[in-house]
Design a protein around this ligand. Sequence first.
Ligand SMILES: Cc1ncc(COP(=O)(O)O)c(C=O)c1O
Length: 365
Amino acid sequence: MLSYAPISTVKKCLGFAFLNLVDDSNCEIKTMRNNFINYFIYNFSPWNAKNSRGIVFSGGSEANEASLYLSRTKTKNIVVASNLSHTSIANGCQKLKLKLISLDVNPRTFLVDEAQILKTILKYRSKISLIIITAGTTQLGSKEDIGYSKKLIALCQKYKIRIHVDGAYGAIVMRLINNYSKWLDEKSISSVTIDPHKFLGIMGCGLLLFRGKSISQNCPEAIYYQGKNTFWGTTRSSLAVAVGLEIIKNNKNYFQKQALTCLKKAKGIESTLGKQGINLINPVNSGIVPIKAKNQRHAKLLINLIGNKGFKLSPIAIKGKDYGIYGLRITVTPRPIFLNLSKKIIAGLCQAITQSFQSIKPRNP
Ligand SMILES: Cc1ncc(COP(=O)(O)O)c(C=O)c1O
């Protein structure tokens, strides 16, 4: 999901890409990272900058893995998430030898039933280190996978379970359009992943933001250069952060404009496809248009046919114990292909999808 940064801005900041072995005392980079982190805490987190911290990573997956790493303890090695959580959660748990309990979302609401999650918490209570809430799900673009619940928050507080909100996609785009997840405003959550590179236009920049200082104190010191941030490496994302700061400085309401444009285009696609009798798995709530297929084979065929017409779409596969939901998704990003060429390209895309649906003959029973 690449987006777009003006080439002149990238050129202007290119020097930062060559600042090798930047130690934690390099004031320019340190100040830049702090300003960047504070901007996102202020605009996109539930906390104020004074009591919160952040670490810059090369993407949302790394930030998620770091949240798993930082919250585990000797006695707490269970993580609870839903089957709509991003693959980085399962990958991170595997690498860190954490036990992942993946709860199926209800296939009608696309939310984990509240009773089910409360039951799971009560069953494993003090062994759970972290619950992952996805605010802005990757596959469906739905606002969350675990509904906001005061009862859940109370249980987490009682058993000292941290709540991590994976807002890699949703924390920026969905916060700026109405109907976003209430978890993004919940001050008691411990950490949140935000992925600026999805919207800033330069790859290599995801953030892990956390409440208070306590979590960052779990970072061991690096031996070669001192500093909490150097444990994760010293030269991370300097170019992306520099470009990001330039873009933010020079474009008022940058994210808001992008979020609204993405939503508008995605709604346009939803309406065009609807008129052709093509159904979505759930209504558009962000830049993601989740198109329904009959089964996995049907989804694969459609992706191939649409790919042959020049449009590359990603598959959707939501697997539960008792169900499988399949489809394909369009993700409208701030790329020029969507923002500038818009109408013609989008009409072509909708036509390619419609023709592909029509060209697949129903199989004989
Ligand atoms: C909810 C969510 N979490 C994590 C990620 C991973 O982010 P990245 O591709 O920057 O590693 C994504 C990517 O789409 C995502 O949607």
